[in-house]
Design a protein around this ligand. Structure first.
Ligand SMILES: C[S@@+](CC[C@H](N)C(=O)[O-])C[C@H]1O[C@@H](n2cnc3c(N)ncnc32)[C@H](O)[C@@H]1O
Length: 450
């Protein structure tokens, strides 16, 4: 492990409750890193791990060692997400603030989807989650992770934070897990130590302020902003919170306290922040603060959109055997059919005017005449109809399926069905008289043999 930057340690030594020797000891050896997962409440499988509960998130579990997630079919079914334990504290902020019914939530810096899947679990299929990622090459992994998670009340967008200023007073909650200098990840990624510099901390702090200023108008009056980083630097944490409270009308929200997590108050405004130091908590470095907007923002009039894409009766009839009868708006885009929660469909149409949308609800499939070619998203969603044939397979067959190899199934049915492992769908197959076609997406297949 390279030596930690001296100037960073000097700055930390002045902060209250920073235990330098425990912190340095935690960084001294390349100890086997802490591995933690968060289970998916929508797919409550019995997971093949022994673990210890994470105190601040009931869905989180520390694992005794790192298993091979790639070769666990339940990982591919979306039954859990591998997430760093400190980040799971976001759950405490969500529980504290008391969102209104049917909340509209933006996760602004969302890829690869750790916070988004956590928020999705918290929402329990109510409200709407917009998960945004600015970097195009990172959007697919975000969308894939949310497809696996299952709920339909999700949109994935690929926009710059400034694009959200076109949506004044739109969101009840904005989560900004900002890009940062990354000191909190030194233990997991020692190479980052040599890349750290005070100049970069300064640049990150300026970028964080720019991101927050850009997105601020999109927050409703009375709405909440949760700001987090994986940096230890005050310039990226408490000082950004001070800047927010200096620049905008916001108040600080206090969160529950847990052993080892350091509650700080910012120098200027006395705003609460929560610091996670390795050596003090079983997790990596993390900072989180929660604020509430007290200033006013005029929302744009709710312009009624003329909907030219809502699916007609023939499409709805076609879909009957495929989707559960829930409150869904089905719409068509070219040859593809999608399902979206009815309650938020008009907001979705507004968002569509302003944002580049990568995933909208659940893609059901492509129509070909009077047939549907079902999409992988439908297979992994919570919408797939119970009447769809399900083919339960053992672990070995599941892995062959996930490699996109040919599999054989002892079945009499013909046509489309879902391959399941421990009751959870992995994807589609089409059973023909003498073979089974594997429709697992090529780009998601397991490439390794062991
Ligand atoms: C800390 S990571 C997010 C991790 C994610 N929230 C999670 O829990 O899985 C920060 C994200 O911000 C994105 N990002 C980088 N520059 C940005 C910018 N100028 N504005 C908004 N997001 C940016 C990065 O691509 C990255 O995905």
């Amino acid at each position: 492990m390279p030596q930690l930057p001296g100037s960073l340690i000097e700055q930390l030594k002045d902060l209250p409750h920073f235990n330098a020797s425990a912190f340095l000891a935690a960084h001294e050896v390349e100890a086997s890193p802490i591995v933690s997962i968060r289970s998916n409440p929508f797919k409550p499988a019995s997971l093949p791990f022994q673990g210890t509960p994470i105190t601040w998130n009931a869905e989180g579990l520390y694992l005794a060692h790192r298993p091979s997630f790639t070769f666990d079919p339940l990982f591919h079914a979306g039954c859990y997400y591998v997430q760093e334990a400190s980040s799971m504290f976001l759950r405490q902020a969500l529980e504290t603030i008391g969102l209104p019914a049917q909340p509209i939530v933006l996760d602004l810096c969302a890829a690869p989807g750790g916070k988004s899947t956590l928020i999705s679990s918290f929402l329990q299929q109510e409200g709407l989650l917009v998960a945004n990622e600015i970097i195009k090459t990172r959007v697919n992994v975000l969308a894939d992770n949310l497809d696996k998670w299952g709920p339909a009340n999700t949109i994935v967008t690929n926009n710059d934070p400034r694009d959200f200023s076109r949506l004044p007073a739109c969101f009840d909650l904005i989560v900004a897990d900002a890009p940062c200098s990354g000191s909190g990840m030194f233990r997991k990624d020692p190479a980052a130590i040599n890349e750290w510099s005070e100049d970069n901390v300064r640049l990150c702090s300026q970028r964080q302020q720019r991101i927050l200023a850009d997105v601020y108008p999109a927050l409703k009056q009375g709405g909440w902003l949760i700001y987090s980083t994986c940096s230890y630097s005050e310039a990226e944490n408490e000082q950004v919170v001070d800047w927010l409270m200096d620049t905008f009308s916001m108040e600080s929200i206090r969160l529950p306290q847990f052993q080892g997590i350091v509650e700080t108050t910012s120098a200027k405004k006395g705003a609460f922040g929560y610091r996670f130091y390795p050596g003090a908590v079983p997790g990596e470095g993390f900072f989180i603060a929660c604020l509430r907007k007290t200033g006013e923002e005029n929302s744009r009039s709710n312009r009624k959109q003329t909907d030219r894409s809502a699916a007609g009766k023939p499409d709805r009839d076609l879909l009957k055997p495929w989707i559960k009868n829930e409150k869904l708006q089905v719409f068509r885009f070219n040859d593809d059919l999608y399902a979206f929660p009815e309650e938020h469909y008009s907001l979705f149409q507004q968002l569509r005017q302003s944002l580049y949308i990568k995933k909208s609800g659940v893609k059901l499939g492509r129509t070909a005449g009077r047939d549907l070619l079902p999409d992988h998203q439908l297979g992994l969603s919570l919408l797939a109809a119970p009447g769809i044939p399900r083919f339960a397979v053992d672990k070995e067959t599941a892995l062959e399926y996930l490699r996109r190899n040919d599999i054989s199934l002892q079945i009499n049915e013909r046509g489309w069905g879902l391959v399941t492992y421990d009751g959870y769908p992995l994807g589609w197959v089409k059973a023909l008289p003498n073979r089974v076609n594997n429709y697992f997406p090529k780009e998601l297949r397991i490439l390794r043999q062991s």
